[in-house]
Design a protein around this ligand. Structure first.
Ligand code: BGC
Length: 756
């Protein structure tokens, strides 16, 4: 009898689970897809000629309070959770979440897609998209035109996948290289971050996709991201952690911005009035809409409304009808507050829904050969040659020879984190495959060595012409960190990891894995022609092994074409031209204090090269550093006509390619503040350009700096101020003093006449 009873329960349970899974399967695969553009049939004039600002105002006047609230969250949980889970479970894809649809008033919805390295949300008939090298790699190219092109492609592929809101670029500053999501951003320097963020936003918006720079603000510790409180002084905030956001907002005018998970000075970013209203809207004039980061982005609906947060993502939770209605009844907020928030959103998004599209976005544009070629080009431009003793590289192209390749990552599909920045390529050329393809025409044999077979490693290393050792990380070692919030709280409160670490997250130790270091050690003793290829998203500590090898190349997570680009660089078909977007310390503990498990951290004024220079700390490799197969000589640094035109200081410098390879050089301009009467960095990056120079070619390069970009933030007067001092100007191939020419200038006249 008892057995029958148990069987009955098991049966009921099995039937319920199957019904549930079937429902989830059905919802996730059959969910309705909506058009994101306004329907021309509803209007008598061309939709792109309609004044969408007036339309937004009139639509709001027709909305009930509930309809207004419906503009303030992603989807209702009951629809989106099964769709979301099912899409992951059954289709390994990220679902379309339709936000703000109102059929009565003909308002089309908008749909978010992540996409730091390729469109994330895929149309139901699409299985793959173009996958680029990660953002940190692209930053190492120092080529903002390329970044703009990358985002034009990502935006086109997003449109073809029926999405129109890009949760990218990520422009959080790399305060410490151990940050788990370092690969998603553009490095340690606010200027570089701002220029890259701007190029990305302009690229995205050129296809009527709403850009959403993220995460606002101070989000650069991963393992405590849902709980950490970032404490910061006003000057560090304004001068170091926000300038890139300000530039991207004011010059790029993105449709939106995403708040961060962390607290800033005691208040969660999603309901932080100082950040969202006082700085973003009142100081910087932001006119778009603010959405939360997902899941734990908002804890109190009323506080969110008071702070000026427009949209809660991805589903309705704190912005519930009851919370808002009660808030209005209890006079904590007013309906006018709601109107203002909805108006920001509607005005912005209707512009895109009604905009004229100069092209169609059929599925056939996805993975166009020009997109794939661009992914290859970006990988070529971004790899950084760190060391090349005795000119080991480029390797000789010997016909009929044997080449060895070894390492955990030598034949691994490894395009970076599998969290929200994931992108699905149709194929990935691994380092081994790239080399094999490259050597086919040379009739060479590329031997993939099993890294666990010591005997084989020894034998092959001794006998081959060249050895390539591929080491570094995967999504398991660094990336987005997902676990329950309560688990995160436990570790943060204890100031150490409680329980099992899990996948991704921050790197506490910057050294490679012991097995990687051991492998390098082993191979380097047996062969002189060894190159260590590092795959990862940020700085590492190479001190235990860098003296043992002659050549080191940072190849990053190099996208779907990375293996081909790697082969071209190793054999000199492409001359490496990337430079580091961060400083590599000599001693990894010289970076600012970093603890992934904490509920509070202070971000100081100095980090990156400003820290190492100010406090005379020795470094291994400077910010802006990268070798080439050729050499460049700088001369004739001149401040143009010794005068400042239109508040801009123009500088000329000559560069000559004095080596035997054609190549590209990234020229950097820094302004020095040694004479400052206040505490300021030794110098700051203010311009850069990448130029191609043929063998023996000489070019005069123009660089410039706007006088406003010399200012500092006076927290007493709460104003940006300029100092009447003699400034230094440095121009050259890296941030290291010996790589820079220098000159001096004063601005007294301009300051007195207020001509800037
Ligand atoms: C990430 C965001 C991302 C969002 C949607 C969040 O967990 O922090 O960067 O845009 O998920 O995928």
């Amino acid at each position: 009898m008892k057995i029958i009873k148990i069987l009955k329960y098991v049966l009921i349970l099995a039937v319920s689970v199957s019904v549930l899974l079937t429902v989830i399967f059905y919802i996730s695969t059959e969910y309705k897809m909506y058009d994101l553009k306004a329907n021309q049939k509803n209007y008598s004039q061309n939709i792109w000629e309609i004044n969408t600002d007036s339309l937004a105002e009139s639509l709001i006047s027709k909305m009930t309070l509930e309809e207004k609230i419906d503009q303030m969250y992603g989807e209702k949980m009951i629809f989106s959770i099964p769709k979301f889970i099912g899409s992951y479970l059954f289709k390994d894809r990220f679902a379309h979440i339709y936000v703000g649809k109102n059929e009565r008033l003909n308002i089309p919805p908008w749909v978010l897609s992540d996409g730091p390295r390729g469109a994330r949300v895929l149309d139901k008939k699409i299985n793959a998209v173009t996958t680029f090298p990660v953002a940190m790699a692209r930053a190492a190219s120092w080529d903002t035109n390329l970044e703009n092109k990358v985002h034009k492609v990502i935006a086109k592929e997003m449109r073809a996948n029926k999405t129109n809101y890009a949760a990218t670029p990520c422009i959080n500053l790399l305060r410490h290289p151990g940050w788990g999501r370092a690969q998603e951003t553009y490095g340690e320097d606010p200027w570089l971050l701002g220029e890259f963020g701007l190029a990305a936003v302009k690229g995205i918006e050129s296809h009527n996709v709403m850009a959403c720079p993220k995460h606002f603000a101070l989000n650069s510790v991963e393992n405590s991201r849902w709980v950490i409180d970032v404490l910061i002084d006003e000057r560090a905030l304004r001068e170091v952690y926000l300038p890139h956001f300000k530039k991207v907002i004011q010059k790029g005018k993105p449709a939106s911005i995403m708040s961060a998970y962390n607290k800033v000075r005691g208040t969660y970013s999603g309901s932080n009035k100082e950040l969202l209203t006082e700085i973003l809207r009142d100081d910087w004039g932001f006119e778009g809409f603010i959405s939360t980061d997902w899941m734990y982005g908002l804890y109190d609906g009323i506080e969110g409304i008071k702070a000026g947060l427009n949209v809660e993502m991805p589903w309705q939770d704190e912005y519930s009808y009851n919370t808002i209605k009660e808030g209005i009844e209890e006079k904590k907020i007013s309906e006018n507050d709601i109107d203002k928030l909805v108006l920001n959103t509607l005005k912005t998004r209707l512009k895109y829904a009604f905009a004229y599209d100069s092209i169609d976005y059929p599925h056939s544009i996805i993975l166009d050969s020009s997109h794939i070629n661009l992914a290859a080009k970006v990988a070529e431009e971004s790899m950084v040659l760190i060391k090349n003793k005795n000119n080991v590289l480029p390797f000789n192209k010997i016909f009929g020879s044997k080449i060895g390749i070894v390492g955990r990552l030598a034949n691994e599909i490894n395009t970076g984190d599998l969290g929200s920045s994931n992108s699905k390529p149709p194929y990935v050329i691994t380092p081994f495959e790239g080399l094999k393809l490259y050597h086919k025409s040379l009739n060479n044999e590329v031997l993939l060595i099993d890294e666990s077979n010591v005997e084989e490693i020894r034998n092959v290393s001794k006998s081959v012409e060249q050895m390539i050792v591929v080491v570094g990380y995967t999504y398991e070692d660094e990336g987005e960190y997902i676990l329950s919030r309560s688990e995160m709280v436990k570790s943060a409160e204890a100031n150490e990891l409680i329980g099992v670490k899990g996948i991704g997250g921050d790197r506490v130790n910057l050294r490679l894995k012991p097995e990687d270091e051991k492998l390098i050690d082993e191979v380097s003793q047996l062969n002189d022609n060894v190159v260590v290829v590092y795959v990862g998203g940020s700085a590492i500590d190479m001190s235990p092994w860098e003296d043992k090898v002659n050549a080191i190349l940072f190849s990053w997570y190099s996208g779907m074409e990375g293996g081909n680009s790697l082969a071209k660089i190793l054999y000199g078909d492409v001359n490496p031209s990337g430079k580091l977007p961060f400083t590599i310390a000599k001693n990894q503990y010289d970076y600012p204090y970093f603890n992934p498990y904490t509920d509070s951290i202070t971000y100081e004024y100095y980090h990156g090269y400003t820290l190492f220079e100010k406090f005379n700390k020795e470094i291994a490799y400077p910010f802006g550093y990268g070798k080439s197969y050729t050499d460049f000589k700088y001369s004739n640094l001149k401040i143009e006509k010794n005068k400042i035109l239109d508040s801009t200081l123009v500088v000329n410098v000559d560069i000559m390619n004095i080596g035997n390879f054609a190549g590209k050089e990234i020229t950097q301009l820094y302004i020095g503040f040694k004479n400052s009467k206040i505490d300021r960095p030794i110098k700051l990056l203010r311009d850069f350009k990448k130029n191609f120079l043929d063998i023996g070619e000489r070019k005069t390069i123009n660089l410039s700096v706007n006088i406003n970009d010399l200012k500092w933030y006076n927290k007493k007067s709460r104003k940006w101020e300029i100092e009447d001092i003699e400034y230094e100007i440095y121009v050259g191939g890296s941030s290291k003093e010996k790589d820079l020419l220098s000159s001096k200038f004063r601005l007294s006249q301009h300051i007195q006449h207020n001509t800037f």
